[in-house]
Design a protein around this ligand. Structure first.
Ligand code: HEM
Length: 383
């Protein structure tokens, strides 16, 4: 199979998740356009980066922005609905949690056992569902982030968190009363565990946040933000990356190369082609222009990162067009993904196990339907 076909198969995952929004946004012509009832849609990488870097005119806090969705659930101080000096100060306080030394230890502790069992199942020639593996891994990571005992964050809890992000659609900028109640219930439950951990010693992430100077409200908000942003993105990305690698023939190429020369480019290209977080939202806080389109307060800006990234063509670790995008798939500017080092460490750990088998093949796949973050529901591989 060629890289073009592999890339088209990945696009089918996005279409399954968003059967209406995906063709609709894809059909919007040009780099930027106002679409009545939806907002101003931006699909060009340079314009998109310009909006992300311009906090004088665009905000995550305001009508149609992420604050409309998450402030009623998590309160007003959870990074993804903050701007300005307060936001910067909170990010600085959290930075040590994402330093390479902390992340490496954290990932080894939370994912070591799951990765060893993945390696053993592959070595035994057993079929492995990489979605289930990624979900188990994400659950271990969340347990640690929240300060839960091992295994307490089970599949049922995972499904409840996914249901919360599943409420969000492009056409629905706010949660309805029933959705809000169920979102508050699951995040409130996680918050109770996090509060207990916060009060304890530094061996848990909430406890460490207290040592870093966060007050309890900030720590619980950060935990909520991590759960909402850092779970499904990874569960989406890992199986989609492996499908791209195997489908395009790059898995066998990289696995057979002891120097793993193209690995970094393959991971970046996978992030570009899949863009696990396909859209970002902003409110307009002061009148300005996005390219030729004038915008004013009250407008909602829909940043179509997926379309900007995939405009550079099919999965191509050799030409590596992703290099020009400066990791746009993780955002840019003040809100650039705080968890990027954690995401990269998780991906590398799983790939180490998978690349031990050049003959890895995909036995079964099924894209998930009607979810916010496009993913496979099942991707079964065998070595
Ligand atoms: C492949 C995986 C991931 C992708 C593609 C991704 C993508 C993104 C993007 C695009 C943003 C910026 C959103 C915007 O500006 O509107 C973001 C923000 C964020 N991400 Fe990630 N993310 C990933 C994994 C993670 C993980 C594992 C965590 C862990 C805790 C995480 C935590 C965060 C947080 C806290 C923010 C908000 C930062 C802020 O507003 O200052 N992400 N992510």
């Amino acid at each position: 199979m060629t890289a073009e076909v592999a890339t088209r198969r990945d696009a089918a995952v996005v279409r399954a998740a968003h059967p209406f929004a995906f063709p609709l946004v894809s059909a919007v012509p040009g780099p930027v356009r106002r679409v009545p009832g939806l907002g101003v849609i931006v699909k060009d990488a340079a314009l998109l980066r310009g909006v992300l870097m311009d906090s004088a005119h665009f905000s995550k806090n305001g009508p149609g922005a992420p604050s409309d969705l998450w402030t009623p659930v998590l309160g007003p101080r959870v990074l993804l609905n903050m701007e300005g000096a307060d936001h910067l100060a909170l990010r600085r306080q959290l930075a040590p949690l994402f330093s390479p030394s902390f992340v490496d230890g954290f990932v080894a502790e939370s994912l070591g056992a799951a990765t060893r069992s993945l390696a053993a199942a592959l070595a035994a020639g057993e079929p492995v569902d990489l979605v289930a593996h990624a979900r188990r891994g994400a659950s271990h990571v969340i347990s640690r982030l929240v300060g839960l005992e091992e295994g307490r964050f089970d599949d049922a809890m995972f499904a409840r968190v996914s249901a919360v992000t599943g409420y969000v659609t492009l056409a629905r900028p706010r949660l309805g009363p029933r959705q809000l109640a169920s979102a508050r219930a699951i995040l409130g439950e996680l918050g109770e565990h996090a509060a207990r951990a916060y009060a304890g010693d530094e061996s848990t992430v909430p406890g460490r946040m207290r040592a870093l100077g966060l007050d309890e409200r900030e720590a619980l908000g950060a935990v909520g933000a991590f759960v909402l942003t850092g779970t499904e993105t990874i569960v989406s990305y890992l199986p989609r990356l492996v499908a791209l690698l195997v489908d395009s023939g790059w898995h066998a190429r990289i696995a057979s190369d002891p120097a793993r020369g193209a690995l970094d480019a393959a991971i970046a290209e996978g992030l570009r082609v899949t863009t696990p977080s396909p859209v970002m939202l902003r409110a307009v806080s002061a009148p300005t222009r996005i390219g030729p389109v004038a915008v004013r307060p009250g407008d909602r800006v829909i940043l179509g990162t997926y379309w900007a990234d995939t405009a550079l063509g099919a999965f191509d670790p050799e030409g590596n067009p992703s290099a020009s995008l400066k990791q746009l798939w993780f955002g840019a500017g003040a809100h650039y993904c705080l968890g990027a080092p954690l995401a990269m460490a998780q991906i590398r750990l799983a790939l180490d196990a998978l690349l031990a088998h050049p003959g890895l093949r995909i036995e079964r796949r099924r894209p998930a339907r009607g979810v916010l973050i496009p993913s496979y529901a099942e991707l079964v591989v065998r070595a």
